[in-house]
Design a protein around this ligand. Structure first.
Ligand code: SF4
Ligand code: SF4
Ligand code: SF4
Length: 224
């Protein structure tokens, strides 16, 4: 069963958008493996549908448009001057591609944003825009973001019962606040600062042994 889930997951587009009515691509892969219809990933289009039919060896289906609409290759961009720092977008982002702290400007890590659009609707001042990118670039970002989606799920699962993990979350928040004050003072390059923040967060996970250290190194190398 595990191999089948991995195979199905590898055919999914990794937007982590939840349009298939599950909280991400891997959860949907699990549902398909357990018998759910394989035609609910509208963002994946016909290409994904055909791959899923070949993997599952089930009768052909057409895409179920009730689970749409489709998504374009894109990333989110926050208009800094309009952002009020309410943090609602952070809670909505499935891959932790947004950093920021309460009442401070927020930013999107473009190397991690899948363009899933989940942050758009919660923003009370409508200051998140979508910027089109090349399909190839979008695919690279989505493949990479899958690892962060998994990492976030591990963090969330352990949150209530792991005090060390809580310490890490606190550390992440402190790092975020520190980074934001630097960013708002415009003393450092935002892109590099955000990348460093993610690397610091990943480094802090090494001691907790929640993820394999080679996996963490791989994620760090991808960011560099
Ligand atoms: S891309 Fe969106 S709709 Fe498709 S499987 Fe992933 S989470 Fe579901
Ligand atoms: S920043 Fe917005 S569009 Fe990008 S991955 Fe996060 S929620 Fe989706
Ligand atoms: S939801 Fe909008 S206003 Fe609130 S922090 Fe995010 S970008 Fe800024």
């Amino acid at each position: 069963m595990h191999d089948l889930i991995e195979l199905i997951n590898s055919a999914l587009p990794q937007y982590q958008c939840g349009r298939c009515d599950t909280p991400g691509c891997r959860p949907y892969a699990k549902e398909i493996a357990e018998g759910s219809p394989y035609n609910r990933c509208v963002p994946g289009g016909k290409e994904t549908l055909d791959k899923l039919q070949a993997i599952t060896k089930r009768p052909p289906l057409t895409l179920d448009d009730d689970y749409g609409p489709a998504l374009s290759p894109q990333i989110a961009y926050i208009v800094e001057d309009e952002c009020i720092g309410c943090k609602k977008c952070i809670d909505a982002c499935p891959v932790d591609a947004i950093v920021g702290s309460a009442n401070l400007m927020h930013g999107v890590i473009s190397e991690l944003c899948t363009g899933c659009e989940l942050c758009i609707e919660p923003c009370p001042v409508d200051c998140i825009e979508l910027v089109e990118i090349e399909t190839t670039k979008s695919k690279i970002i989505r493949d990479r973001s899958e690892k962060f989606f998994d990492l976030k799920n591990i963090l969330n699962t352990g949150l209530s019962k792991n005090s060390k993990l809580n310490k890490n979350i606190k550390l992440n928040i402190e790092l975020g606040m520190n980074m934001n004050s630097k960013i708002s003072n415009r003393k450092i390059d935002q892109k590099n600062a955000l990348k460093k923040l993610q690397i610091d967060i990943l480094e802090s996970q090494k001691n907790e042994k929640l993820l394999d250290s080679t996996e963490i190194e791989d994620l760090i190398n991808r960011l560099n």
